[in-house]
Each structure stands twice: as C-alpha cells, then as structure tokens.
Design a protein around this ligand. Structure first.
Ligand SMILES: [Mn+2]
Length: 262
C-alpha cells in the first residue's frame, strides 16, 4: 500500500488517468489531490464527474481554483433568484465582472456539455467540503498536504521576516492562515513550513519565474531553522500544451519518489 500526492490537475483528466496507470494505482493505495482540479485544461467536465463519483481511495484538498469555482456558483445562485435562466445569469455576471469565470470553465460546461445549475451547485457543494489540509504520518515521518503552503506562529517567528516584525504583527499575519493555505507563493518557503514536518504543496508551477523554478521538475526546499522540508509538486500540468518543460508529477510518500507524466 502506497500513498501518492498530486496537485494542480487543472482539467487534465486524460493525463491524470495516464499517471494512475503509470503508478499502477490499486485498491490498496491512496491518492491525495492537493487542490485545483479545474481551469486551464480542456477536460474540466470529465474531472468534475470523476470528483463527483467519489473515486475510491482518493481525497481532495481545497485549492484557490476550487474556491473560485465555489464563488462563481455562489454568484450564479444569487442571480438565479432574480431570473431562472442560467444562460442569462451567466452572461450578466460575465458582463459585470471580467473576473467572473475568468478561465471560462463554467461557460465551457454550460455550452459544451449542457450542464445545468443543479449540477454546478452539486459540484460546488462537494468542493466546499474539501479540507484545507491533511496531516498524516508515514513511516514515522510527519507530513502536511496543502494546496499552496502551510504556516503557523512558529514558522513565522523563526523566519528572517520576524527580525523586522513585532510579535503583534506576526500574530496578525498568522490570522490569515486559510488564505496562505490556498494562495501562498514564495512565502510558502520563506515563512512557511512546520517544525519537524514535510510539507507537500503545489500552486506555483515550477516552470514559472519564482523561488520554486525548477524547469518543470518537482522543487524541494528546506527551512533548517524549523527542520521543515517543502516540496512543490506543481510542475505546470495546466500548461502542458503551452510549455515544453511543463509536466505532471506524482509523489509517493513512502520513499518520496517522484513520477512524471513525460
Ligand atoms: Mn493554485
């Protein structure tokens, strides 16, 4: 039995299935999806149907794109109370706010797949229940699986940032934990982490210009002050058709071996 983690699937359903074949994913194994199942890729419908089917041995963690999906459906819910036409409400929201359904996923679901409001609401309700993180122990090692990054008072207080911040400033920063879990970028390594724990996160593709750049390979960083290791496993699956170095990765926690799609 093995425990695998993937993140940032971004509508790449076919590639996800290829990866499951590659790792020979079986009934005894467990897979944790660390957020962002939709947007960017074309197979959002297939991905959402897969999520809805509650695949055995698969757990989902909340990412910022999952939160955006929920927020978009919330907006539609409000509009639908005034006018029951999904098409009308969608177009109205799109006209009011260019960031509504920014990636066009909901539009694609409605136009290309005839998805109705009930179906959208059901998917949003399922995503709403995703936890922000999962803590687990494998072979005596502590892990936290989270979409973008993990931080706590200890990881902040022992960061270089703490030298220039008062205790009350640090306390205020620690209040925005949920935002950090789903949206942290470079801060995930600079002030994030957890003492004596390995963090597995995604969110910032390792093909983009950031602290995590690793040319489409998994990035591994350390916070020695708190004995924390941070993996970024988002190798840019959302950009598979745009970037040659983009990849899809899957890490097996028992030996921290990484599998790549290509
Ligand atoms: Mn993300």
């Amino acid at each position: 039995m093995s425990t695998y983690v993937m993140a940032d699937l971004h509508g790449r359903y076919t590639e996800l299935q290829e990866m499951l074949k590659k790792i020979d994913f079986g009934v005894e194994d467990k897979l944790i999806i660390a957020g962002d199942i939709c947007d960017r890729g074309k197979e959002n419908y297939e991905m959402l149907k897969w999520m809805e089917s509650k695949p055995a041995n698969v757990e989902f963690i909340k990412g910022n794109h999952d939160e955006e999906f929920i927020a978009n459906v919330d907006l539609l819910t409000i509009e639908m109370k005034k006018n029951p036409s999904l098409r009308h409400c969608y177009d109205k929201l799109k006209e009011l706010d260019e960031y509504f359904d920014y990636y066009g996923t909901i539009g694609q679901l409605i136009d290309g797949y005839g998805v109705n409001f009930k179906q959208l609401s059901l998917w949003a309700d399922i995503m709403y229940e995703f936890p922000y993180l999962k803590e687990l122990q494998i072979e005596g090692k502590d892990y936290i699986i989270v979409h973008a990054g993990y931080m706590d008072e200890d990881s902040l207080a022992n960061s270089p940032l703490a030298k220039n911040s008062s205790p009350s400033q640090l306390k205020t920063m620690a209040l925005s934990k949920e935002v950090f879990y789903t949206n942290a970028r470079d801060a995930a390594l600079m002030v994030g982490g957890k003492r004596d724990t390995t963090i597995i996160a995604g969110h910032t593709p390792t093909i983009s210009n950031s602290i995590f750049f690793n040319d489409g390979k998994v990035f591994r960083g350390e916070r020695p002050e708190i004995n924390s290791v941070i993996y970024n496993i988002d190798c840019g699956a959302g950009f598979l058709d745009k970037s040659k170095s983009a990849n899809m990765a899957c890490i097996r926690l028992e030996d921290e071996k990484v599998f790549y799609l290509r």
